[in-house]
Ligand binder design. Structure first.
Ligand SMILES: Cc1cc2nc3c(=O)[nH]c(=O)nc-3n(C[C@H](O)[C@H](O)[C@H](O)COP(=O)(O)OP(=O)(O)OC[C@H]3O[C@@H](n4cnc5c(N)ncnc54)[C@H](O)[C@@H]3O)c2cc1C
Length: 385
């Protein structure tokens, strides 16, 4: 039996991949239910290829409930394009362009395809004890226990399993905080299928339509860590902060319920030298938490599900599969972690934003295409189903 802790994007897709390949598993999630919380999320072609492999009908659901992003545009604060990555290229190469979807909807569409008896909600992992080579005892916060042969930690960037497995692991604060929301607003239809990130001076603002009258936005600013907002003044504060930005930005903030605006300090995880020890393995943000600047954290968790499940299905020795999983995945993932970190530093740089924008405008499209290929490719040969 393999026990998965955490029913986020990584845990849910791993469960679905195990389901497809006939691998025995059970998932425990601390939240009593997965509500429509969160804001939007971009699912790029690498994630969509895995979802299609898991179950084409889930992909259809995502396409139905999300919005196809046909251009990803980096723009200045007045929405003038700096650079543009044409997703048609991705479509030709990989079959898909990016989909923007509500995060709660994504999780719901994944969850509904997992048999109810294989997931226990409202069970928070507390600690584990290795009883023997083949037996791990798991203790939950409510005092109950269970045993398992293998344990997968998909419990997110603040993973308790990782804290116990690798107590020296550390998060790295980027110096940036991010507010996210979903506005009940119809933007100028020119932007219907555009994913936009606007770079100003020490500030960034991202926009993408999710559905009719639903626009996802995120706003990134430099900040001390762990600050809380006074909800009474939050919208005014954001409007003030982004007052130099295009009027659409101000409208989006105005059309978002204050209590639905989420603030997250942007951290990544200092790169780990391994993601497993014996019969315990980390995946997703627990293994390789990254800043969201490339929109790849969730997608990399989904890729983890693909590689790990196929390795387990083909290897018999699951501990060997855990080692092989790190060997196959770490190069790409670690490179994305550092590219994402650097992108955030450039995006919110304190000085020289004009020179930065000028240089970005002149990045050859061949370079952007090369980056898309390295981000969006998955190895199809490891799957035999
Ligand atoms: C502002 C922002 C924007 C982002 N945008 C994108 C994007 O556009 N595209 C993209 O691909 N990625 C994006 N990401 C990254 C993405 O959200 C994460 O990489 C992704 O959620 C990681 O999935 P995960 O399953 O590893 O962890 P999570 O999604 O964090 O899931 C962890 C799960 O474990 C559960 N859990 C935690 N502790 C316990 C416990 N003790 N016991 C039981 N359960 C537990 C949690 O409740 C949760 O359900 C963004 C991140 C941020 C912060």
């Amino acid at each position: 039996m393999i026990t998965i802790i955490g029913a986020g994007i990584g845990g849910l897709t791993t469960a679905l991949a195990f389901e497809k390949l006939g691998i025995e598993y059970h998932v425990y999630e601390k939240a009593p239910e997965l509500k429509e919380i969160g804001a939007g999320i971009w699912m790029p072609p690498n994630a969509l290829q895995v979802i299609e492999w898991i179950n084409p009908s889930i992909l259809k659901d995502l396409q139905l409930h999300g919005n196809s992003i046909d251009r990803i545009t980096l723009a200045d604060l007045q929405l003038n394009p700096i650079s543009d990555t044409d997703q048609n290229f991705a479509k030709e190469q990989f079959g898909f362009s990016t989909i923007a979807i509500h995060r709660g909807k994504l999780q719901y569409l994944l969850l509904k395809n997992i048999p109810k008896e294989k997931i226990t909600m409202g069970k928070a992992f507390k600690s584990y004890t290795s009883l023997s080579d083949q037996k791990i005892e798991i203790v939950f916060e409510d005092g109950t226990q269970t045993t398992t042969t293998y344990l997968i930690g998909s419990d997110g960037i603040h993973s308790k399993i990782r804290h116990q497995l690798f107590p020296k692991s550390r998060l790295r604060y980027s110096g940036q905080t991010c507010w996210r929301g979903v506005a009940a607003y119809e933007m100028n239809p020119t932007f219907d299928h555009n994913g936009i990130e606007m770079w100003g001076n020490q500030l960034r603002f991202g926009i993408s339509r999710l559905q009719k009258n639903q626009v996802y936005w995120f706003a990134v600013a430099l900040s001390e860590p762990n600050l809380k907002d006074d909800t009474v003044f939050l919208k005014d504060k954001l409007i003030d902060l982004f007052s130099d930005f295009h009027e659409e930005v101000i409208q989006l903030i105005k059309h978002t319920p204050t209590d639905k605006i989420i603030r997250t300090d942007l951290n990544d995880l200092k790169i780990l030298k391994t993601w497993h020890h014996h019969n315990i393995c980390l995946i997703g943000d627990a293994a390789h938490g990254m800043t969201p600047n490339l929109g790849q954290g969730g997608s990399q968790a989904i890729e983890d599900a693909y590689y790990l499940s196929n390795l387990i299905a083909s290897q018999k020795d699951i501990i060997q599969a855990f080692s092989e999983f790190y060997r196959l995945r770490s190069k790409k993932v670690n490179s994305i972690v550092s590219q994402s970190w650097n992108m955030g530093k450039i995006g919110n740089m304190r000085y020289g934003s004009r020179i930065r924008n000028f240089m970005l405008k002149n990045v050859p499209s061949s370079k952007l295409k090369k980056q898309m290929i390295s981000l969006y490719s998955i190895d199809k040969t490891i799957s035999n189903k």
